[in-house]
Design a protein around this ligand. Structure first.
Ligand SMILES: Nc1ncnc2c1ncn2[C@@H]1O[C@H](COP(=O)(O)OP(=O)(O)O)[C@@H](O)[C@H]1O
Ligand SMILES: [Mg+2]
Length: 342
């Protein structure tokens, strides 16, 4: 089941994609938050520039909407390099990848989004390309088959993934640097809201920016989206200015609560508490009960619930926390399994 989630971390429409694109910072300096990552990247890029060499292959890992694609473009800008972008699912045949690799120039950035979804055939090609800047490919068949060894230019591969666990170990090991992007604290998100508001020429009061930030589940893309929804609401129901009152009414109307949870989050927690007596319950069973893809739950719903402690992951499945029960105003039943543990 696919549905539009106002707080879903992926872009909803192509039009939104464009706006989100226009809000992307171009330089490391304008990239809000993630200070550890920025500091490390700064050193890496400066060293590479100093040596006049392309930088090492970089893997960016974290939930959707946290700024991985943005960072890939920033890396290219900072290196004054060209960026070529593709994604794991769109690289179907070895020939597709060959075409891209052989057209890269020295220093170019090759950005592969959703790199955990590369097929194993493609992965085999990527290893020698990353390691030795060459590709081997076989032409002809049977007795006439021969291996052609093609040298490549020294490019930098930037990979992005929401699921580091699904990356094969040999692929992971070929990245010189591995960065984990974590959810943003409210203060950083408020700054992102104010920055975006400036770019979109929306007047936002500080308190309203903070309210939007608190409900953006740690995700810049959601913060930008909520800001635009609130702006629309303000221009229809108010005089266009984004005040705290307008903001809270608008967000309420969108079904986003004070903790940034939407109907799907609350439904998931409610089902664990009421139907599965608080858990533990396997994610497949949850998917079936909610009529949602397991991938959707794992990629888009769970990370924030886990991060904020509404949900816990145990070896036997998902468990709803006291905090979740309090938030939903429900009593957390003692499940048989939990009781037997006591
Ligand atoms: N650190 C940041 N500072 C400012 N804006 C950000 C930051 N990270 C992400 N954004 C904004 O959030 C949106 C989504 O970022 P994106 O790079 O597409 O995320 P991802 O590739 O991880 O899904 C972009 O429009 C960008 O403007
Ligand atoms: Mg992206």
């Amino acid at each position: 089941m696919t549905r539009e989630r106002i707080i879903g971390p992926d872009p909803i429409t192509p039009e939104e994609d464009l706006v989100q694109f226009s809000l992307r910072p171009d330089r490391l300096l304008d990239y809000v938050g993630q200070s550890d990552l920025k500091a490390k990247l700064e050193v890496l890029l400066q060293a590479a520039r100093g040596r006049g060499e392309p930088c090492e292959h970089i893997l960016l890992y974290g939930p959707p909407g946290l700024g991985k694609t943005t960072l890939a473009h920033i890396i290219a800008n900072e290196m004054e390099a060209r960026i070529v972008t593709t994604s794991g699912p769109s690289l179907q045949r070895a020939g597709d990848l060959m075409g891209i690799l052989t057209n890269l120039n020295d220093g170019d950035i090759l950005f592969i989004d959703e790199i955990h979804r590369l097929s194993s055939v493609i992965e085999e090609f990527i290893y020698p390309a990353m390691e030795d800047f060459k590709v081997d490919f076989v032409v002809d068949k049977g007795a006439f088959a021969k291996v052609i060894n093609m040298p490549l230019k020294r490019f930098t591969l930037v990979g992005a993934t929401t699921r580091a666990g699904m990356l094969s170990a040999p692929l992971r090991d070929r990245f010189g640097l591995y960065y984990h992007l974590d959810f943003y604290p409210v203060a950083d998100l408020a700054e992102i809201v104010r920055r975006s508001a400036g770019l979109l020429e929306i007047g936002v009061e500080l308190e309203a920016a903070t309210m939007i930030a608190e409900r953006s589940r740690g995700t810049p893309r959601i913060a930008n989206r909520l800001l635009r929804r609130v702006r629309d609401y303000a221009s229809v129901k108010g005089d266009g200015s984004v005040t705290p009152t307008i903001t809270s009414t608008a967000l309420e109307a969108e079904g986003v609560d004070s903790a940034g949870l939407d109907e799907l989050d609350r439904k998931l927690l409610r089902i664990i508490i009421e139907f599965y007596k608080g858990g533990p319950v396997g994610v497949e069973a949850l998917g079936a009960t909610l009529n949602e893809e397991v991938d959707t739950l794992v990629d888009m719903v769970e990370p924030y619930l886990l991060k904020t402690g509404f949900l816990q992951r145990t070896r036997r499945g998902r468990v709803a926390s006291d905090k979740a029960a309090r938030h939903l105003d429900l009593a957390l039943p003692q499940s048989d399994q939990q009781q037997s543990l006591l």
